[in-house]
Design a protein around this ligand. Structure first.
Ligand code: ATP
Ligand code: LTN
Length: 336
């Protein structure tokens, strides 16, 4: 496909701490594959992270670590635009404009807002509420066609689409209406190892609940050994009755590249112990090359700064063009 005719992909993750296996299988692994066929932008969404209180030194460190992890997972800055959200002022600017096309009721319905305001009762700030508008701005600013995300982001994506359609309806064709790209193979929502009805989340309190991309092999084995299953003692694929076992099977399949049918044949008449151990081993094999690449990238802050500076420049050029058009459509006099 010609470079200029490739559809655009945009996605991002928050620098709120290390990534989990859920982030990788649900999102980042797809991003890496999409570089082959799409014109991709991958963003470290630091402004979004500020909706929860952050310690400045820690945040700065998380930002560089996440950038190094993007590289370690296989995001290639020669092929994709890799940048930091706060380096491109147009994200915040467009978010303001789009806020005037977003209804309070729409934001009140967002389940992430409801969950996060439960978790952070003492800091239910306006940014937490308007978070999805900033996300819509991220996406619409680059005329994005596809947004690869985990299932938890589906509702935010629908809002971004609604905002684009509304704006286009009022002012004429301006924004590309983006489509979500959500995996269907059981990894769109990797589950918490201690509470397999919930998604595995970076911010889960229990360490045993989540596998981090930088966890050492022995730690990964320990977490899988302690994963919550059930007392039925049969390895079947029954998501509602046996969510813990289904989650382990999904992870094993995703890590080994085998199908569910193959997984069931492989573990037929086996005990949970074997399923847990083999899943841990498959995950370790998946993480090991990422971890060794990460160490080298993370040690070279100068290189990370250069990559982000170049990415910001490329992103700014594209964002400025779209902003100029939006401002014009709205009737705000242009700047040049
Ligand atoms: P937090 O727990 O702090 O809210 P998060 O991990 O949900 O963070 P991000 O870092 O912003 O949030 O997520 C990056 C990407 O990972 C998003 O596309 C999100 O949908 C995806 N993702 C997050 N958790 C999972 C999961 N358990 N399974 C599949 N995809 C996930
Ligand atoms: N809200 C997302 C992170 C995010 C994002 C985006 C994802 C912010 N802006 C734009 C895709 C496209 C999350 O995963 N928590």
């Amino acid at each position: 496909m010609n470079l200029t005719t490739r559809p655009t992909v945009f996605s991002g993750a928050q620098p709120t701490g290390q990534l989990t296996l859920g982030n990788y299988l649900g999102a980042m692994r797809t991003w890496v594959q999409m570089q082959e066929q799409y014109d991709c932008l991958f963003c470290v969404v630091d402004l979004h992270a500020l909706t929860v209180r952050q310690e400045p030194e820690q945040l700065r460190n998380n930002i560089y670590e996440l950038t190094a992890l993007y590289l370690a997972c296989g995001i290639d800055p020669e092929r994709s635009v890799l940048f930091l959200q706060s380096h491109v002022a147009a994200h915040a600017e467009l978010a303001w404009l789009l806020a005037t096309f977003t209804q309070m009721g729409e934001l009140e319905r967002m389940t992430q807002f409801k969950d996060k305001s439960q978790q952070h009762k003492h800091n239910i700030n306006a940014g937490l509420f308007t978070y999805p508008i900033l996300m819509a701005a991220d996406i619409l600013l680059y005329q994005t066609h596809k947004v690869p995300v985990g299932e938890d982001q589906k509702q935010h994506l629908e809002l971004a689409r609604d905002i684009a359609i509304r704006f286009n309806g009022l002012y004429g064709p301006t924004f590309q209406v983006p489509e979500p790209l959500i995996g269907t193979d059981g990894v769109a929502r990797v589950k918490d190892l201690q509470n397999p009805t919930k998604k595995m989340s970076k911010s889960a309190e229990s360490d045993l609940a989540k596998v981090m991309l930088l966890d050492e092999p022995a730690v990964v084995v320990k977490k899988f050994k302690k994963a919550v299953t059930d007392t039925l003692g049969v390895i079947r694929y029954e998501e509602s009755e046996q969510p813990g076992v289904a989650n382990l099977l999904n992870i094993w399949c995703a890590a080994t590249g085998q199908s569910r049918v193959e997984a069931l044949a492989h573990f037929d008449h086996n005990q949970y112990g074997k399923l847990k151990l083999e899943t841990a081993e498959a995950v370790n094999a998946l993480l090991s090359p990422i971890q060794s690449r990460f160490q080298a990238f993370n040690a070279d802050r100068e290189m990370l700064r250069r990559v982000l500076a170049r990415g910001a420049e490329q992103a700014r050029q594209r964002a400025d063009q779209v902003m100029a058009r939006v401002v014009e459509q709205l009737g705000l006099p242009g700047r040049s």
